[in-house]
Design a protein around this ligand. Structure first.
Ligand code: ZN
Length: 230
């Protein structure tokens, strides 16, 4: 199985589906994270180019700590992310070449313009990768079997799937804390802890969870036992 996560900024991958990432790695899935921007707008104390470099390094360290080493940085503009023909072709190529069985992206109503733009361009790329369109992209079509949407800044209204992350929660938080440049702006412990506890109550006392919308379901989800193909 192959999980591809699209993140608008370095850290959205861990906030939204870090627990799922950890579980996927442990289940033997291949995992790739594609960052659309380098997060250069996430601070005011240093120059944007410097911050971008810092945040890419933090993303590598944080993802590496949970065993995710296949990272792609597309370097789109942070804060003004837009769907462009070139970006769409880049995403179609990611899908057609790497052939993920599960794709994760922010949900459509997550309250940040870059998150909404990411949702829209990923949805467009998933639809386009499966058809005869875009001859400028690599020609092999790919239909992504399962597409999930995660939450960061706005809770999902109609939750279709809860990933139980109780056992991996500490590792998720530890990885997030490696995004040090962001720690002065807000507390990952509060943000992620609040969401995980809120979502976990549906699974039982003391459980923690990540919530997802299911945009398409054509394959096993992470919690299913025995889903590794290698
Ligand atoms: Zn973000």
């Amino acid at each position: 199985m192959r999980l591809m996560v699209f993140a608008p900024h370095p850290d959205d991958d861990l906030i939204g589906c870090g627990g799922m990432l950890i579980k996927a790695v442990r289940a033997g899935w291949s995992v790739r994270v594609v960052y659309l921007t380098n997060g250069e707008a996430g601070g005011t104390r240093v120059r944007p180019e410097e911050l971008a470099e810092t945040r890419v390094g933090e993303a590598r360290a944080a993802a590496g700590s949970i065993g995710v080493t296949d990272l792609v940085f597309l370097g789109q503009p942070d804060g003004t992310l837009r769907q462009t023909p070139d970006l769409l072709v880049q995403l179609i190529n990611q899908l057609r070449i790497w052939r993920p069985t599960t794709v994760c992206a922010p949900h459509r109503h997550d309250a940040h313009p870059d998150h909404i733009a990411t949702h829209d361009v990923v949805a467009q790329a998933v639809a386009s990768a499966a058809g005869p369109w875009f001859p400028e992209a690599v020609p092999q079509r790919w239909q992504v079997p399962t597409v999930l949407a995660y939450e960061v800044w706005t809770p999902i209204r109609h939750v279709a799937y809860l990933e139980d992350i109780t056992e991996v929660y500490d590792d998720k938080l530890q990885a997030l804390r490696m995004h040090r440049s962001q720690l002065s702006s807000f507390s990952y412990d509060d943000l992620v802890g609040g969401l995980a506890t809120y979502r976990g109550t549906a699974l039982g006392t003391g459980r923690r969870a990540e919530a997802f919308e299911v945009l398409r379901l054509g394959g096993p989800l992470i919690t299913s036992p025995g889903t590794a193909d290698r």
